[in-house]
Design a protein around this ligand. Structure first.
Ligand code: AQP
Length: 330
C-alpha cells in the first residue's frame, strides 16, 4: 500500500478566527484531508509572541479546536492537537535557532509589519523568532506539504532554507516541505481597509468577519465594507475593495470570479454586498452552530486534544531524536 504524504498546518489561538483563516486555511485543509496524513495544530506557543490574557487564551484554544472540527476536519483522519503539549516543538526550535541567521530573520516582513506600530525595541524575542518555531512545527513531523495563506509564503521559504541547511551541515534529516496556497481566498483583505490583510488581532472588529459572528453582525459588517470609486463590479487592481469582496464571494460560493462579474454587470455595489452577506451567512451557519455545540462539552474537546497530542508525540519523537543525534546530542 502506498503511504500517504504528510500535511502539517496550524492557526494561532490569538483572537477571533475569521474569513481569511477559513478561506486561506481551514476550507483547504478540509478539502484535502482524505488524500493525506494530516497534522493540524493549535499553535498556542506562537500566540504567546504577543501578550495574551491567560483566561482568554485558555478559552480561545478550545474555540479553535471546536472550529477545526466544525469546519469539517475529521479527528479520525487528522491529528488535532496543541503545540504546547508536544515539547519537541520548543526543543527543535532551539536546535534550529542555532542554524538560522539573524540576518534572515530580520528580513521577515511579518515581523516588520507587526512591530511597525510599537517599534522593535519592545517586541518580544519570541516574535522575532516566530518563523523558526514555525519551521520546527513542520520539520518535526517530516511533513511534505504545508497548506497556508499567501501571507505565510516568506516564512515557508525560510523553513525550506533551514531544512536544507541542516541537512547539508549534519546529513539528511528533514523532509524539505512544499508550500500549498489555495487558488482563491489565499489573501483576504480587511473589509474596512483593502490594503491590509484581514487579521484576527485587529483592534477593529469591522475589519473582519469572524467565523462565529451571528448573521446580523455579518450582514452589518459586509454592508459597511469599504468600496471603490465608480460603479463597475470587476476584480481589477484599481478596485481593491471590490476585488476583495468578489474573492470572498468566489471562495464561499465555489464559483469563479469571472462568472460572478458577469452576473453583476450593470448592477450596483449594494446588490453585491447584500447577496454576498447571504452567501457568507449561509456558508458559516453550519460551522458556527456545530462549534457552539462542541463548546458546550469542553471536557470532550480537551480529551480529543490530549489524544491528538499523544499521537503527535509518537510521530515527533524519532524525528527529534534523529536531529539531536546528528548534532552530537545522542
Ligand atoms: N487574511 C487572510 N487571508 C487568507 N489567509 C489568511 N490566514 C491568515 N490571515 C489570512 C491564514 O490562516 C492561517 C493561520 O494564520 P495564523 O493564525 O497562524 O496567523 P496569521 O497568518 O498571522 O493570521 P492572523 O489572522 O493575521 O493572526 P494574528 O492577527 O493573530 O497574527 C495561515 O495559514 C494564514 O496564512
Amino acid at each position: 500500500m502506498e503511504t500517504k504524504r504528510r500535511v502539517f498546518s496550524g492557526i494561532q489561538p490569538s483572537g477571533n478566527l475569521h474569513l481569511g483563516n477559513y478561506l486561506g486555511a481551514l476550507k483547504n485543509w478540509v478539502a484535502i484531508q482524505d488524500e493525506y496524513d494530516n497534522y493540524f495544530c493549535i499553535v498556542d506557543l506562537h500566540a504567546l509572541t504577543v501578550p495574551q490574557d491567560p483566561k482568554v487564551l485558555r478559552q480561545k484554544i478550545r474555540e479553535v479546536a471546536a472550529i477545526y472540527i466544525a469546519s469539517g476536519l475529521d479527528p479520525e483522519k487528522c491529528v488535532i492537537f496543541r503545540q504546547s503539549k508536544v515539547s519537541g516543538h520548543a526543543e527543535l526550535c532551539w536546535l534550529l535557532n542555532c542554524v538560522a541567521r539573524f540576518g534572515e530573520l530580520s528580513r521577515m516582513t511579518q515581523f516588520k509589519d507587526k512591530t511597525r506600530k510599537g517599534g522593535v525595541e519592545s517586541a518580544s524575542a519570541g516574535l522575532f523568532d516566530y518563523p523558526v518555531l514555525q519551521a520546527a512545527d513542520v520539520l518535526l513531523y517530516n511533513a511534505h506539504l504545508v497548506p497556508v495563506g499567501e501571507d505565510q509564503r516568506q516564512h515557508l521559504e525560510l523553513m525550506r532554507t533551514l531544512a536544507r541547511r541542516f541537512n547539508h551541515l549534519y546529513g539528511e534529516t528533514f523532509v524539505v516541505p512544499e508550500t500549498m496556497i489555495p487558488p482563491t481566498g489565499a489573501r483576504v483583505m480587511a473589509l474596512d481597509a483593502p490594503d491590509e490583510k484581514m487579521s484576527k488581532s485587529s483592534p477593529r472588529p469591522g475589519s473582519y468577519v469572524a467565523i462565529l459572528d451571528d448573521p446580523d453582525t455579518i450582514r452589518r459588517k459586509i454592508r459597511r465594507a469599504k468600496t471603490d470609486s465608480g460603479t463597475e463590479i470587476r476584480a481589477v487592481p484599481e478596485k481593491p475593495a471590490i476585488t476583495n469582496l468578489l474573492d470572498v464571494y468566489s471562495g464561499m460560493s465555489g464559483r469563479p470570479v469571472a462568472e460572478i462579474e458577469v452576473e453583476y454587470e450593470g448592477r450596483g455595489y449594494g446588490d453585491l454586498k447584500k447577496n454576498l452577506a447571504e452567501v457568507v451567512v449561509e456558508g458559516l451557519a453550519p460551522v458556527r452552530d456545530r462549534a457552539h455545540e462542541l463548546l458546550d462539552h469542553p471536557a470532550k474537546l480537551d480529551d480529543l486534544l490530549e489524544a491528538g497530542a499523544r499521537r503527535a508525540n509518537d510521530t515527533a519523537r524519532p524525528v527529534l531524536e534523529s536531529a539531536r543525534a546528528k548534532l552530537g546530542l545522542d
